[in-house]
Design a binder for this molecule. Structure first.
Ligand SMILES: C[S@@+](CC[C@H](N)C(=O)[O-])C[C@H]1O[C@@H](n2cnc3c(N)ncnc32)[C@H](O)[C@@H]1O
Length: 227
């Protein structure tokens, strides 16, 4: 069954219109090459307590620090992603998947279980003139379709979920696949045993807007896992 992340019964057109009404196009982030519809301080919902929000949990309306670093890395190291088949798990606003297309990836799957996120990814891909394959299927835990690269931007925000993801990676990774992770130093990631298998590739200072949104975080890093 499809997960419902809007507070009322809605069609895809309604959802797209609501996203457009409640967000603004922003480039105030670590990858200004990519335009994104986000909830920013200029938007009504930024200042609301959520009661008047049509969305249940609009994670897609924010560009998370882990995703920002991972996307920056992809844009700056395009040769590693060019020509590849890539799946972006927990795509949110879709920035990381969009970056892959911009650097010439062959096929990019943007995956998020939130159907509103899927609509936001579609709108953002159109804003940036790229075509993505978007799916709301829960791929975590399933034997994954063959792909060269798995991307995880800010997906280690919870200890239990971090364990589920790492178990899935252990089972589904093949010798030819690589996992790239963006994380700003969240507790569930820092202390995870999986860290021993990871190589740090880059560390970026967060832009002012992102620091303000994520109290206490100052930087975000990119890690590579391979077997
Ligand atoms: C913290 S946000 C990160 C979004 C994006 N990667 C970024 O860095 O900006 C986590 C996202 O993962 C999605 N998500 C949670 N569980 C998921 C699952 N099992 N499969 C796919 N997406 C999932 C949420 O809907 C949300 O959009």
């Amino acid at each position: 069954m499809k997960e419902i992340y809007c507070k009322f019964k809605s069609t895809r057109d309604d959802v797209a219109a609501l996203i457009e009404q409640n967000t603004e196009i922003s480039t105030d982030h670590m990858t200004p090459e990519i335009k994104l519809r986000l909830i920013t301080p200029n938007c009504h919902l930024w200042h609301s307590n959520g009661d008047d929000s049509p969305f249940l949990e609009p994670f897609w309306a924010f560009y998370w620090p882990g995703g920002q670093a991972l996307t920056r890395y992809i844009l700056d190291n395009g040769e590693r992603f060019n020509g590849k088949t890539i799946v972006d798990i927990g795509s949110g606003c879709g920035a990381t998947a969009i970056a892959c297309k911009l650097v010439g990836a062959r096929h990019v799957i943007a995956n998020d279980i939130d159907s509103v996120a899927a609509e936001s990814i579609k709108l953002n891909s159109e804003l940036n003139d790229v075509t993505l394959f978007i799916t709301t299927q829960n791929l975590i835990g399933q034997s994954s379709a063959k792909c060269d690269i798995i991307l995880l931007g800010d997906m280690f925000y919870d200890e239990q979920f971090a364990n589920i993801i790492s178990d899935w990676l252990k089972k589904s990774m093949t010798k030819s696949s690589t996992v790239f992770i963006g994380d700003p130093g969240r507790h569930s990631f820092q202390n995870h045993p999986m860290r021993e298998q990871l190589k740090k590739l880059a560390c970026y200072e967060l832009p002012k807007s992102c620091k303000l949104q994520n109290n206490g975080l100052i930087s975000s890093s990119v890690w590579e896992m391979s077997i």
